[in-house]
Design a protein around this ligand. Structure first.
Ligand code: HBI
Ligand code: FE
Length: 290
């Protein structure tokens, strides 16, 4: 097995780059209904919570209520807007494959959708997490550039053995990032915006810390994969995120090699503090609290 737990090559039926056909015609009405249920829940919740670029992207791509979108249809508009396309994959793909797709403006999206009895939690990103959560932001030119820069950086990080630092950057921005606006904090992270419960928790709950984004701070901060985050990082603008990646990461990685991790619940003196959380949710055991 290679370093990230994958076998030597793509699964049966997948191409060398791990892509498969979406086969949109094969989705059952029950699968479309799961998309519609999830979409409608978020549609009622997100106005006033999701960042404008996300809501604009949702409209631009017409990720409508009628069911699972056909990639061939959304790719026409997405390619015109920022040169990105969505490609179907069977599930998680090896890091090097993932970064190569991002570096070429291809977003790998799971082809499957969760079951009706797992609406609220699933281990692996499904098509709702990937397409509803991630793809609308790819219609924003600045974020589109950031995601491509991330892919190029990922390939370098792999070569330098600094992937775990860069994965944290992805996690605390692309997956669980918050944006500061005149009207307050807004969600742009896919992991939050595709989750009914976390779309509320991330903005309203007193438990998590909400701290100003700092590239090296984020790269030294572990994250949760099994529950709501204990800290969310806030960016002042998408441009500031792109600017952070357009620097030479060499010196940063050297500092990372000598740096220790920062405890996940810590608030440091140099942190810009939006919320000093109680950590009550995590201390009570989170999702599995009695
Ligand atoms: N594969 N399909 C898919 N989607 C992801 O988000 C993904 C992946 N492989 C690796 C990966 N993410 C992370 O390890 C990187 O962000 C570091
Ligand atoms: Fe994701």
């Amino acid at each position: 097995m290679s370093a990230d737990g994958f076998g030597s090559g793509p699964p049966p039926g997948a191409r060398a780059d791990w892509t498969i056909d979406q086969n949109w015609e094969a989705y059952s009405q029950a699968e479309h209904d799961v998309w519609i249920t999830l979409y409608e829940r978020q549609a009622r919740l997100l106005p006033g919570r999701a960042a404008d670029p996300f809501l604009k992207g949702l409209e631009a791509l017409d990720l409508h209520r009628a069911g699972i979108p056909d990639f061939a249809r959304i790719n026409e508009e997405l390619r015109r807007l920022t040169g990105w396309t969505v490609v179907a994959v069977p599930g998680l793909v090896p890091d090097d494959v993932f970064f190569d797709h991002l570096a070429n403006r291809r977003f790998p999206a799971g082809q499957f959708i969760r079951k009706p009895d797992e609406l609220d939690y699933l281990q692996e990103p499904d098509i709702f997490h990937d397409v509803y959560g991630h793809v609308p932001m790819l219609t924003d030119p600045t974020f589109a550039d950031y995601m491509q820069a991330y892919g190029e950086g990922g390939r370098r990080a792999l070569g330098l053995g600094r992937l775990h630092n860069l994965a944290r950057l992805y996690w605390y921005t692309v997956e669980f990032g918050l944006l500061e606006t005149q009207q307050g904090l807004r969600i742009y992270g896919a992991g939050i915006v595709s989750s009914f419960a976390e779309s509320v928790f991330a903005l309203d709950d007193p438990s998590p810390n909400r701290l100003g984004f700092d590239l090296e701070r984020v790269m030294r901060t572990p994250y949760r994969i099994d529950d709501f985050q204990q800290v969310y990082f806030v960016i002042p603008s998408l441009q500031s995120l792109l600017d952070a990646t357009l620097q030479d990461f060499g010196p940063i990685y050297s500092r990372m090699a000598a740096a220790t991790d920062i405890p996940i619940e810590a608030v440091l003196p140099q942190d810009r503090v939006f919320t000093r959380g109680t950590q009550a949710y995590a201390q009570k055991g989170g999702r599995n609290a009695a």
